[in-house]
Design a protein around this ligand. Structure first.
Ligand SMILES: Cc1cc2nc3c(=O)[nH]c(=O)nc-3n(C[C@H](O)[C@H](O)[C@H](O)COP(=O)(O)OP(=O)(O)OC[C@H]3O[C@@H](n4cnc5c(N)ncnc54)[C@H](O)[C@@H]3O)c2cc1C
Length: 364
């Protein structure tokens, strides 16, 4: 069978995989992208803090944020650790305002940039097997009723939180906690200020952000053990929402909106070592952040960028390139864990709550 050959295969076309592809293209390194889905899929998470702008500039993608679908936002309002609302304005930030992304549009914008570079893109392909032959990897896939095969020197795992490629290689991520998110959209009758609301309650915390079309993205973060069965979820969310001071005054979700919720993991998980002889993990596959940090998208793009640099260096026989990449990931992760621990320790109002008692990040 004819096998297409590349220097690098990128598995996963989220922000990290696409950033890696743009970086490899800049080096002129032959590569392809494989994604399990036919098209970009809607994802939760829209907040891009102002501090992400230098990275976007470096990658040449800052202009994407000018689309009217992404809306500037000017700060956060939080009720956390005290009953008094705290306002943080970005006016003090040297990078200016942040953005609330139209996530689907953003990922389609990145995909268009990658496709402009004529990068081969295997959509709706499932990876079946990865085998190591001397210095080459052989990748067998499923696509409809066919079984295409590829060959490459390196594979990048950019498959997100599940780190599917690492699983194929028998490597499992460590989990720091079991936080889950219940998310739904609310159609607002009136315009909502361009800021993010965060409010801690007894069993978790709420997140609320406006989108460009009077819709509001609402999320409730709690622990797996506190989530009831599906039929009881709308009543649970209503009850938890009623415990907020401000958010319940901003939104009045309908029963349908509450029933249309989605639940997904949102805790911290990481690979002890995000690389091996001929693979490297980027984005959520390497390190998944708690969304309270707003680090996810920025860090996914940064690690895609640095990961691709590491592979380019490795292809030029720079032996320590993966080690340097590991160092960059570890540095970011250490600073995140410190900030996260501090953030959760600030909330002491419910000492007997299961959520808050189990919230302090466990470190080795
Ligand atoms: C509830 C929640 C709220 C969040 N809020 C924010 C926020 O406000 N701000 C922020 O910055 N971050 C936020 N995040 C985090 C952010 O969404 C992620 O960090 C980011 O999407 C990671 O990008 P990625 O490219 O690593 O992975 P993903 O975006 O998950 O992309 C993975 C890609 O891999 C593909 N794939 C999966 N498995 C395979 C496979 N086996 N083979 C081939 N392809 C595969 C998928 O189709 C997908 O295209 C949030 C996350 C959650 C869960």
């Amino acid at each position: 069978m004819n096998k297409e050959k590349y220097d690098v295969i990128i598995a996963g076309a989220g922000p990290s995989g696409l950033a890696a592809s743009l970086t490899l293209s800049a080096y002129g390194i032959s590569h392809c992208i494989i994604d399990a889905n036919e098209a970009a899929v809607p994802k939760p998470g829209d907040a891009l803090p102002p501090t992400s702008k230098p990275l976007f500039k470096q990658l040449g993608i800052l202009g994407l944020l000018e689309s009217k679908k992404h809306i500037p936002y000017y700060g956060n309002k939080s009720i956390w650790g005290t009953n008094i609302a705290h306002q943080k304005e970005f006016i003090e930030n040297k990078h200016g305002h942040g953005y609330l992304l139209d996530r689907l549009h953003f990922e389609n914008q990145l995909r268009e940039l990658v496709q402009e570079k004529q990068t081969p893109f295997y959509k709706k392909h499932q990876i079946k097997r990865i085998t190591q032959n001397e210095d080459q990897l052989e990748i067998s896939m499923f696509h409809n009723s066919t079984k295409p095969q590829l060959q490459a020197s390196y594979i990048i795992d950019a498959t997100g939180r599940k780190a599917s490629i690492c699983r194929h290689l028998g490597i499992v991520k460590e989990e720091m906690d079991q936080q889950m998110t219940c998310t739904f959209w609310h159609e607002s009758a009136h315009k909502i200020e361009r800021q993010i609301w965060i409010e801690a309650t007894e069993n978790g915390w709420w997140y609320l952000s406006p989108s460009s079309d009077n819709k509001v993205n609402v999320m409730f973060f709690t622990l797996k053990e506190l989530i009831p069965k599906k039929s009881k979820m709308p009543a649970f969310l209503k009850k938890e929402l009623y415990k907020t001071q401000e958010i319940r005054l901003i939104i009045k979700p309908t029963d349908k909106e509450l029933s249309d919720h989605k639940i997904m993991p949102s805790g911290t998980s990481y690979l002890k070592k995000p690389y091996g002889k001929n693979w490297l993990a980027v984005g959520d596959a390497a390190f998944s952040y708690d969304p309270i940090s707003s680090y996810g998208i920025t860090s996914a793009i940064a690690s895609g960028y640095y990961g691709a640099h590491a592979i380019a260096s490795q292809l030029h026989n720079e032996k320590d390139a993966f080690l340097s990449y590991h160092y960059i990931i570890t540095n970011g992760a250490n600073s995140y864990v410190q900030k996260l621990t501090h953030q959760y320790a600030m909330e002491q109002r419910w000492p007997d709550s299961y959520y808050w008692k189990n919230r302090l990040v466990k470190q080795e």
